[in-house]
Design a binder for this molecule. Structure first.
Ligand SMILES: [Zn+2]
Length: 304
């Protein structure tokens, strides 16, 4: 009798497991494509869902190649959140290997934020995927994450929406803090020059001129033509500093800094968080670190 009951329960459970949305008592297995998104998903998931990540902290999300542990994790996952707009070129392998039971959700392609176009390199004209670099973009991601989790795990929907509200408030406060801090950077110094064009949304949000050596994905990795163009622009603009990013080799910016005699500052964290013992250990810390670095390098006024 006991055996039969167990069997029936297993059968019922397996029917529920294969259905969507989840029945109460089940839980979700969620995976995020890269650490910034993992951090945002965890803010909504709380203790209700286990969240893992494909690209580890510090690695380059654009050039990542799936590992055997990644493949196992994807096979076990119910939902995978990815950025989209071409940020993860390796996503096509996930699509090829997954069946209908994996929900693949792009946060950027569903985000309620006005997109920017990439302005240089081989992806020129395509949508710039780095929307999280504006806290309002991150807030738009939060909305997609909360709605997706609530849809597939309705028993916890209230908790997801409550955490989303808290996160919106925190992002609003963060946005204000960044704006006020960067108000201290003089108008003549409000220019950001980086290796990859990942700061477009940040520059739009806080009123900076912005240019990069290449558009996205390490593409041509700063070929001679792109380097010459940037050098010309730097000599015309003469900004106080150039910036390099944590996931990109700084040799290109270093060469430009030497050539032009302009200071080099960094790293800015854009495509990854840092390890826990470094300053960009989570999303708000990453944004605060970048703000302080930019403020310092571009000659922001110091508080009294
Ligand atoms: Zn990038």
């Amino acid at each position: 009798m006991q055996k039969r009951v167990t069997w029936v329960r297993t059968l019922v459970l397996s029917i529920f497991m294969s259905a969507s949305p989840l029945a109460s008592g089940s839980t979700l297995n969620v995976i995020a494509s890269f650490p910034v998104l993992e951090d945002l998903v965890k803010r909504i998931a709380g203790d209700d869902i286990q969240v893992s990540v494909i690209v580890p902290t510090g690695a380059d999300v654009h050039s990542w190649e799936l590992t055997p542990p990644n493949v196992l994790a994807i096979e076990k996952a119910d939902i995978m959140f990815y950025n989209g707009f071409g940020l993860e070129p390796w996503l096509r392998h996930v699509v090829a290997m997954s069946d209908d039971s994996l929900v693949l959700k792009s946060v950027a392609e569903n985000a309620d934020i006005i997109p920017l176009a990439i302005t240089t390199g081989q992806y020129k004209g395509a949508v710039d995927p780095h929307m999280w670099m504006d806290p309002q973009g991150a807030a738009a991601y939060i909305e997609v994450i909360a709605e997706t989790l609530a849809e597939h795990y309705p028993a916890k929907a209230d908790a997801f929406y409550a955490r989303a509200e808290e996160t919106y408030d925190a992002l609003k406060t963060l946005d204000k803090m960044i704006e006020q801090r960067l108000d201290g950077v003089p108008n003549t110094n409000r220019s950001l020059f980086t290796s990859e064009a990942g700061l477009g949304y940040f520059a739009r949000a806080y009123g900076f001129e912005y240019a990069a050596i290449w558009g996205m994905n390490n593409e041509t990795q700063g070929n001679a033509d792109a380097m010459a163009k940037m050098s010309e622009r730097l000599n015309a603009t003469r900004p106080p500093a150039l910036f390099y990013e944590s996931t990109v080799d700084c040799i290109h910016m270093d060469a430009l800094a030497r050539e032009t005699g302009i200071a080099l500052a960094g790293p800015l964290y854009v495509d990854s968080l840092s390890s826990q013992d470094k300053p960009a250990y989570n999303y708000p810390a990453m944004m605060r670190h970048n703000t302080e670095l930019i403020h310092e390098a571009l000659g922001g006024a110091r508080p009294e």
